[in-house]
Ligand binder design. Sequence first.
Ligand SMILES: Cc1ncc(COP(=O)(O)O)c(C=O)c1O
Length: 379
Amino acid sequence: MYQKIAEKYGTPTYVYDFRKIKEQYNKLKSVVPEALIAYAVKANSNLSILRFLRSLGAGFDIVSGGELYRVRKAGGGEIIFSGVGKTEDELRDAAGVLSLNVESLDELALISEMKLSIPISLRINPDISVDTHPYISTGLRSSKFGIPLELVDQALSIIKSGNLSLVGLSCHIGSHISDVSVLKSAYSCLREKFEEIRACGFDLKILDFGGGLSVDLDLQKFGSMIKEVTSGLDAKIVFEPGKFLVAESGVLLTKVLYRKDNGTHKFAVVDAGMNDLIRPSLYDAYHDIQAISGSPNMEEITIVGPVCETGCFLGKARLLPVLKRGDLLFIRDSGAYGFSMSSNYNSRPRACEVAIELDGSIRCIRTRESYESLVASEP
Ligand SMILES: Cc1ncc(COP(=O)(O)O)c(C=O)c1O
């Protein structure tokens, strides 16, 4: 199938299997049936994916006016507006969201000055360390995210004096977390604070545990932990998963342009680069790479892209069938933070995106960019 898609749409091309997205959504829903699953749009914001997740019953977690625009274009839904640096325009446009998750006292002050009557939640920074890449660890005091616990009282004063509508608490401690006990510490801390604030007379309704769930998470254990942490609590529970829902649904198809053997190192230069999939360069992320090659022999080879940066690689020292020009590779688990983090660096048009629908049929959901589109906004 990948060969056919590559022939029809060219490479590099992202392919997403909607059957996998549905499977992941249902798996998560089955262990937290009452919760709102607010898909983190930043993971993959293609309109067809948003519409599909909406059809399954998902809400959305957004972090910008652009994502809000996309969600509305996809039909809207229950929206959580997160983000550490919302502009005045974004705050104004947020009317109608389920909750605006506020990340600083300054943001609260601005909402108060602007006299916005919008439901808000406080994003708490519980100062919890997560065993993940530092760039995707967000729950530590040293990170820019959330409001530290000891500033919550000040936040409540601003809320009271500004007559703001506080509806909930949220947290998000990082990405790719499979350790249920770490999640439990953060969620328990949030619940404790939730009850404390309620006891002060605030009518809290939403307890938003954020995203960050790894695809390797033990869901049964996770479900039991959630039951325990939320037992006896009358609140709307929200999760904001991105990667968990879409990462495994996607592959990035790419073609070998050249081989290079410099005596000590072998490289395959492929037509997808760090501008298409930046995760290996940015986070040292490991993506399994498979090849469609006629060779029965294996070799260790580094897969690099064409961008003029030493950091432009997709996989180092991988054992793969001997590659030649024109062979097709597919880079697994590229459905999240793949296309959505892609850029036009080196003036490279962004890749095409293709969906495998529930019935197995293929549909192009974003055409490859053209050279004209690269310069369309430049006079
Ligand atoms: C506030 C918030 N919610 C949810 C997510 C989604 O994280 P993940 O894709 O790891 O589930 C992120 C990721 O950065 C985030 O910052």
